[in-house]
Write a protein that binds this ligand. Structure first.
Ligand SMILES: Nc1ncnc2c1ncn2[C@@H]1O[C@H](COP(=O)(O)OP(=O)(O)O)[C@@H](O)[C@H]1O
Ligand SMILES: [Mg+2]
Length: 395
């Protein structure tokens, strides 16, 4: 079929034709924005999931929803080097400008922000902001951010608007900044100002304890998104083509569902190649069979190989030993045994892989898992496993 008309979207963050299986999250967000507009409150979401499960596209859908309600939105893809508070301060500056406050309202905001410790007004007029977190304690950072939110929220409410921060890859936020954000949002919620944040990240989002944790539990739900159910996977696979009057034969769909196991990335990649390889509609089982190795190759280069390139030889060997254990999560002791080493001997390697974002420590103490679905299968394709006895002793 004509690749120009290909309806599949096998790229990170690309909006799928059919956002299958996420109705619950979309509805919760719709209610959240609607309630904020009325001066009421509602829980937002911190979405957790492995890579390629559809977190970014969900945040994008939230963004569209908020904008259609006249809210200002700010999306950030965080990195280990990001300063969340710095970025938010820049957003607030931009939002205050976009709200086009009158002279009196601007003066009130300036007055309120004049005495903050970490966030300074720049220039004699307008509302330019500069952030300096050095030497600041957490209480001051949180207090300043709260004041910023209250001022922005008041200004937005006066214009019938609101502000949504969308924070992607939230696992990279430092604990201090994350806690400060949570307490500032808590304060904003108490004052019923229309400001909220929705976030997404790998399962190991920053750990919260004490007060911040109980605030977070009131402010957010923590949905976990994973592979799609069989019904949703079917919709995700079949509907994009059907929209262009192209159907699949039933055994083609069955094969696709079995091979993709509901993973959004697999569904998009297989759909793309099945479409391109099929000569005519309906798309047959033979077309899907032919597409599988092509889709696999594309997945290997797009989501797996880019990650393994960040690993050293030692780390690859560690991951290959993990793969020998089948599906995760994996106990550190078991992995070490597969390597013929003691757990303590390989604990540095274990930690480096976590630091590189290839694996993560699961909630079960002493267990790790891969951050990309089906990485174990990839490792088994990628390199052979050598039993400890087959290896030359290197030391
Ligand atoms: N609900 C869904 N239904 C169908 N395809 C989806 C869905 N969510 C994501 N996708 C597709 O899966 C891939 C990964 O989505 P992305 O949002 O980048 O994942 P993540 O941010 O979790 O790594 C993209 O190709 C996207 O088009
Ligand atoms: Mg993403």
């Amino acid at each position: 079929m004509d690749p120009i008309g290909n309806p599949y979207t096998p790229n990170a963050g690309s909006r799928p034709h059919e956002l299958a299986g996420r109705a619950g999250e979309l509805e919760q967000f719709r209610v959240l924005v609607g309630r904020l507009k009325r001066g009421a409150t509602e829980q937002s979401m911190i979405i957790r999931g492995l890579r390629g499960t559809g977190k970014t596209v969900l945040l994008n859908a939230f963004e569209d929803r908020a904008e259609s309600e006249g809210f200002l939105t700010y999306y950030h893809e965080l990195t280990p080097d990001s300063s969340l508070i710095g970025e938010i301060a820049r957003d607030v500056e931009s939002a205050l400008a976009r709200l086009k406050l009158g002279a009196r309202a601007s003066k009130t905001v300036r007055g309120a922000l004049e005495h903050l410790g970490t966030i300074k007004l720049t220039g004699p007029d307008g509302i330019g902001l500069a952030v300096d977190l050095r030497k600041a304690d957490e209480g001051t950072i949180a207090g300043d951010l709260s004041e910023l939110f209250l001022q922005l929220g008041g200004a937005a409410a006066s214009k019938g608007s609101g502000v949504v921060f969308l924070l992607d890859e939230v696992q990279f936020v430092s604990e201090i900044e994350f806690r400060s954000l949570i307490s500032a949002l808590h304060r904003a919620t108490q004052k019923n100002v229309p400001i909220t944040a929705a976030a997404a990240g790998l399962p190991q989002i920053p750990r919260l304890t004490g007060e911040a944790r109980s605030y977070a539990e009131r402010l957010f739900t923590f949905p976990v998104i994973a592979s799609l159910s069989e019904g949703d996977a079917r919709v995700a696979f079949v509907e994009p083509a059907r929209h262009q009057q192209v159907d699949y034969e039933e055994d083609a769909v069955a094969l696709a569902l079995a091979w993709t196991r509901g993973y959004p990335f697999y569904i998009q990649q297989l759909g793309k190649h099945a479409w391109n390889l099929a000569k005519t509609a309906p798309i047959t089982k033979q077309d899907v069979e032919a597409a599988i190795p092509v889709a696999q190759r594309a997945l290997d280069t797009s989501i797996y190989e880019v990650r393994i390139q960040r690993a050293t030889r030692e780390e690859r060997r560690y991951m290959r030993a993990i793969a020998e254990l089948g599906e995760g999560p994996y106990r550190s002791g078991q992995i070490a045994a597969k390597l013929g080493r003691r757990t303590t001997e390989v604990s540095m390697t274990r930690q480096h892989l976590i630091d590189k974002g290839l694996t993560y420590a699961t909630e079960d103490y002493g267990h790790v898992d891969f951050t990309v679905p089906r990485f174990d299968e990839f490792m088994r394709r990628y390199m052979p496993y050598r039993r400890p006895s087959q290896r030359k002793r290197t030391s």
